[in-house]
Ligand binder design. Sequence first.
Ligand SMILES: [Zn+2]
Length: 260
Amino acid sequence: MTWLTNRCVILAGLTLLWIPAMAQVTITYTGNMGVLLESSEHAVLIDGLHEFYKPAYLPPSEKLVADLLQEGGNYPVPDLSLVTHYHGDHYSSQLHLGLRKTTVVGSRQVTDPLKQKSYAHTITIPYDDYRINEYQFEGMQLQAFRMDHGNEYLHKNVQNIGYLISIGGKSILHVGDTDWYEHVFDALQLPLETIDLAILPYWLLWDDQGPQWVDQYIKPKRLLLTHIDPNISPADLKELRHKLPGVEIFTVLGQAIVVE
Ligand SMILES: [Zn+2]
């Protein structure tokens, strides 16, 4: 990997050339909807630190958790940990308390338990309406917005946040456990953004109309499906891949793709 950033190369007092930043991000699977985004300058975790919840949801391994919490492992300690919502297959406040300098972002259902334990670095996203909240973080642009959780009957009090983050020159969307709510997508107008990769739960593409709705409501260049039962049979996985050609599917810890 080339570790070049936007900078002038200065040799013997002379400015020789301008080296553009590598517009490249590696996305590594950390279980269920968890991903680690790595550019040459930053590491951002989304829904990446949680514990075992139910057999249908793959948690990160102990080794992976240790790597994310401590310097010197296979992965960098993230600068940011974005959390879509507090359900146990997306978030553990206990594991987040093992971080030191990482800024943890989420609704108050996510950040309140950390603040109560005096965790120093949090950003709380408001949840009153569907406006887009914008933040700058060490050169990265972050947009965070309400995206109602799927199954209103069971989960209407769950605050689910979507994130659009610009990292390594790429724009990456993660929607958490939402569903095709017209009022949400109409408010967000996501096709007006250039989205290089959309990370979605599989059920958004379960329906035959899924691909059409992705195009109408998100319009990403690439798609990555997550939240798949790790016990899915090889035959079912093959059928899913056949049904959705060109769509990336994460089912194995450590699986990775590069967006460039
Ligand atoms: Zn959930």
